[in-house]
Design a binder for this molecule. Structure first.
Ligand code: SAM
Length: 285
């Protein structure tokens, strides 16, 4: 077996060779001489004063540049902020943040939603108006009324007898709603808790709101509490592909009717609603 050149300061000798082996002097600058011989040839190994950088397992481990770590953390933080503010609309930071975001977006809200008046009348105003027809002199509550989507479509369809209360926590959304639908009674307030007595409304509506509230189960409970026996609830549940990303704020499509049943509601009917939602009608016995 032949000894490999080593970075150590000791001469390297081939097996069976000793100091008696023949050799010639090393060039200037070398520190010593090592001799290795094969059967036919004599080989001289010189080792230098300068240590050679030989590749070894320890030397190959690359050191991680700390900038990579900083970059990775920055990307994670940006991804989390995009998720929280773009998808969840700040829901996990509490109602003040959500309401603040609606204040900021209020003037752009209708454009973002691309409301089509004909569609809104057909799928929002008319179904509620039909339900009201069976309940003369109805009191209707719209929770999280936004810029007046329900009020704008419902009020022109029903007579002046209808009392429509629009509850909205964002000042700017509320101001726009009042401007668009002055026929409604506009109040500033949140769903958690609702500032109304038990069983005080014939119809309670809440469209695209529950998933942005701190405790969606309690929000649903509040909507049911203020509904009178014999009245109907119209509420949305977010089910689109982003729904599972709004952690803890949405209900699975199959479990939503069960949740409403658990709150004492019956005859739950679900309709697909604007791609991202299910719309549920439910009756309080
Ligand atoms: C997606 S918008 C829906 C507005 C309206 N219902 C519509 O369909 O156009 C959500 C609304 O819920 C309101 N909101 C947010 N948090 C709320 C809370 N805790 N209680 C009641 N409303 C809330 C917002 O201010 C906003 O107007």
């Amino acid at each position: 077996m032949r000894a490999a050149p080593s970075p150590s300061t000791e001469p390297v000798l081939s097996e069976g060779e000793g100091p008696r082996a023949r050799g010639t002097a090393c060039p200037e600058g070398s520190r010593g001489m090592a001799i290795a011989s094969g059967k036919r040839r004599l080989r001289r190994l010189c080792y230098s004063r300068r240590r050679r950088r030989l590749p070894g397992p320890a030397r190959r481990v690359p050191r991680m540049n700390p900038l990579w770590l900083v970059g990775l953390v920055a990307v994670l933080v940006v991804a989390l902020l995009v998720w929280e503010f773009y998808v969840c609309e700040g829901a996990h930071f509490g109602p003040r943040v959500v309401i603040g975001m609606y204040d900021l977006a209020a003037t752009r809200y209708d454009r973002i939603k691309q409301f089509d008046p004909a569609w809104e009348t057909r799928f929002v105003g008319e179904p509620i108006a039909n339900a009201i027809e069976q309940l003369a002199g109805a009191r209707v509550l719209d929770v999280g009324a936004g810029t007046g989507r329900v009020a704008r479509t419902l009020l022109p369809l029903v007579g002046p007898d209808l009392e429509l209360v629009c509850l909205e926590p964002s000042r700017r959304m509320l101001a726009l709603g009042r401007e668009h639908a002055p026929g409604g009674v506009w109040l500033r307030g949140r769903v958690d808790p609702l500032p109304f007595a038990d069983a005080s409304f014939d119809i309670v509506v809440s469209l695209e709101v529950v998933e942005f509230t701190p405790h969606p189960r309690l929000s649903l409970q509040e909507l049911v509490r203020v509904l009178r026996p014999g009245g109907s609830l119209l509420v949305t549940n977010r089910v689109g592909r982003e729904a599972p990303l709004i952690l803890g704020r949405t209900f699975r499509r199959v479990s939503f009717p069960e949740r409403l049943n658990a709150l004492g509601l019956q005859d739950v009917i679900l309709y697909p609603w604007q791609v991202e939602y299910d719309l549920a009608w439910a009756w309080k016995p």
